[in-house]
Design a protein around this ligand. Structure first.
Ligand SMILES: *Cc1c(COP(=O)(O)O)cnc(C)c1O
Length: 357
């Protein structure tokens, strides 16, 4: 099978080899060193300030989202949430659950965030801005410069879910003034699922210090204390942290985050060029390098997903809910090559020649 979904994605051979090894004991100086190296490289690739910190939570990306809400916000806050799809909606549900007052900016699928959406919130007593930089469910990549300028003008605490865009599109945490950056191991980090990575600005660290987290397992005060010695409070997904280490070093050795973003962009561009002539429309006003969301004009998107899986041995990414039959997505993250895309294009062309699409 070739995997063109948006997570879990394909891993490099070196990452996979770690998965075959015995899990080592981890309360050691050697494992602490590995964790310090992970922290250093995440900070480097996220362009976080020197006085930022990084924690690794065992759990998928959603654990990082909930950890951020529980540790950095209180009912005294007033948040703006960009809700352009199922991941934006998850932040809405989290703020409801944790009783954080909020207003949502609801965007139709495929629509970009514009300055006009923010106007009514200017100088209105809000404290916090929450956004999924790339709303993976619809494939819309938001304008972080617009958001950053707005947050700076209004002195807002900025939480950014970068789960599918970290390492795929540019992100400069310090320059943007982002306070929490969240990513996950199974997206562009191209490791198995199970670790959520969070980078925290000094402003976030101050909030964490002052707020009582009502969940011991996800309490960032405890995680940060342990991270001072390169450890986690509870047994982490040790193998995945070792795989993340191999992957981060691979990226560093191959030209760093800029080279990795350029590699992903070139795969995305290659695919977007080659689908011209097929009965698909790109349905996002603002694309990430991580994924291409497509509306097939002649067949059900879900039926195409099933055909490609069952008859051609490849996974493209189906959409859920109302978009199940109208949109599928093709990912560009993970260990993929242009030759892989050639096989996918051949499969689409074969479906076309048979009159299926
Ligand atoms: C994948 C993803 C998540 C987290 O999903 P998990 O299944 O919990 O890893 C959150 N936000 C975005 C934008 C994502 O792409």
């Amino acid at each position: 099978m070739i995997n063109f979904t948006v997570g879990p994605v394909q891993s490099s051979d070196a990452v996979r080899a770690i998965g075959a090894e015995q899990v080592p004991y981890f309360r050691t100086a050697e494992f602490s060193e590995l964790m310090f190296e992970n922290e250093r490289l995440v900070k480097k690739f996220a362009k976080a300030s020197d006085d930022s910190r990084v924690v690794f939570i065992t759990g998928s990306g959603s654990a990082g989202m909930e950890t951020a809400i529980m540790n950095t916000l209180t009912p005294a806050d007033k948040a703006i949430i960009v809700n352009g799809g199922s991941f934006g909606h998850r932040f809405v549900e989290l703020c409801e659950l944790h009783e954080i007052p909020f207003t949502e900016i609801k965007l139709q699928p495929g629509k970009a965030l514009k300055a006009e959406h923010l106007k009514e919130f200017e100088g209105n007593g809000y404290t916090t801005f929450i956004v999924n930089k790339h709303e993976t469910s619809t494939g819309v990549h938001y304008d972080m410069q617009l958001i950053s300028d707005f947050c700076k003008r209004n002195n807002l605490f900025l939480i950014v879910d970068c789960i599918s865009t970290f390492l795929a599109d540019p992100f400069d945490m310090a320059t943007l003034g982002a306070d929490v950056m969240i990513t996950g191991s199974q997206k562009a980090l191209a490791c198995p699922p199970g670790i959520s990575v969070m980078a925290l600005s000094p402003k976030a660290l101050t909030r964490i210090e002052q707020i009582k987290c009502k969940c011991q397992y996800l309490d960032l005060k405890i995680a940060l204390k342990n991270a001072e010695r390169g450890q986690t409070p509870w047994t982490p997904a040790v193998s995945i942290l070792r795989q993340i280490n191999v992957r981060l070093k691979e990226i560093d050795a191959n030209g760093g985050v800029e080279a990795e973003i350029a590699r992903t962009a070139s795969l995305a561009n290659y695919f977007r060029e080659r689908i011209k002539g097929l009965p698909f429309e790109i349905v996002s006003e603002s694309l990430s390098n991580a994924v291409t969301p497509l509306h097939p004009t002649t067949a059900s998107a879900y039926d195409i997903f099933l055909k490609i899986k069952d008859e051609y041995g490849m996974w493209i990414c189906p959409n859920g809910g109302e978009m199940k039959d109208t949109v599928f997505r093709v990912g560009h993250i993970g260990a993929l090559t242009t030759a892989d895309y050639d096989k996918l294009i051949d499969a689409f062309k074969d479906l076309k020649s048979k009159g299926f699409i």
